[in-house]
Ligand binder design. Sequence first.
Ligand SMILES: *Cc1c(COP(=O)(O)O)cnc(C)c1O
Length: 371
Amino acid sequence: MPNRIQSLFNITQPSPLQRVNVPWTQFKDANNHVNCDMNYKDSEVSLWCKRDDLLHSVISGNKWRKLVKPLQQLMQQPSAHVLSFGGAYSNHLHALSYCCNKLNIKFTAVVRGAYLSKQTLNPTLQDLKSWNTNLLFVDKHTYQRRNETDYLDLLRKQLGVDVIIPEGGSQHDALAGMQDMLTELESVLNTTGSAKPFDAIILPVGSGASMAGVLEASSSSIAKRIIGIGVLKGEGYLEDLVSQYLNKTPRNTPYLPWHIEHNFHQGGYAKSSVQLDAFCQSFNEQQSSILSTQKKDTPLSVEPFKKDTPFCSNSLQSLSGSHSALQAPIYIEPVYSGKCFYAVKSLIQQGYFAPNSRILVLHTGGLQGAR
Ligand SMILES: *Cc1c(COP(=O)(O)O)cnc(C)c1O
């Protein structure tokens, strides 16, 4: 079953795991100055990126992971009418709309905000329209009822809805798909034989479902700890969300040590700052320049990963997944991946990680929202 759905949607799974050399010292700050902090060396921490942003050209990284199980169920009920919730830039609505269209399943998106006329539709909502999604715009007070039973019952009755998927695809069923991501990592670590677990896996946290999925599925053979980067102002709240998902399935072995960093949200969800914008721009420019130095017509020579290859090779190297993704630069946007990489940079600069640490950043996708 898993293989069938991945090939149906043309998903590149496993997603590539890539060694990234980022010259943190060379990033320009908001004043266009190169910010050179001499207290650390770029080479001290080795950085890896799990490229879930490359799983699919449309379906955003962690949204595929979170939707895979519900989609498998929907394939059994082709006449279902599905409904879900999100903002006007929602990566989740975008992914689910695309998938429902592909499965020929009726989909209604309840969108927060009063976008009354067609002229005001942003690229995300235009895509939803083109994929035959019914758009239902509700004001922010109505939207706040998105998890209330009587409101959901009303939507079921009035619209003939059969399946309701919560905002962000965040529900307990979402955790299962995150398991696949960890299984992919584990199989790479196993083929490398001598490879040690990562010192940390770092990912952005919005609803907490992805982080809970990572915790649920990871063991000490994969990583020593899991660090979430809060993308919204929610100290305590985000930890509670993660714990709520975890508490639904009791287990015998303890979870890896985990915590959420709260210093990088820049004031709230989808809020940015001059510093974060400058960082994202500088980062993306630097990545583009990697691309332009690669000769276009020469196929990239990729050494197959061998057992005796040192795990921390210095070249841009894929350990698994699609070879064509090898030269793919890493692009970030300020809502999720930008905050996450900005946090990684700041933590490295602060000397948070011991020398020779191996850090894995999960790129959860989400670039469509930045159009
Ligand atoms: C939704 C989203 C997240 C947040 O995931 P949660 O499971 O809600 O914590 C992170 N990154 C991207 C790109 C997203 O679209």
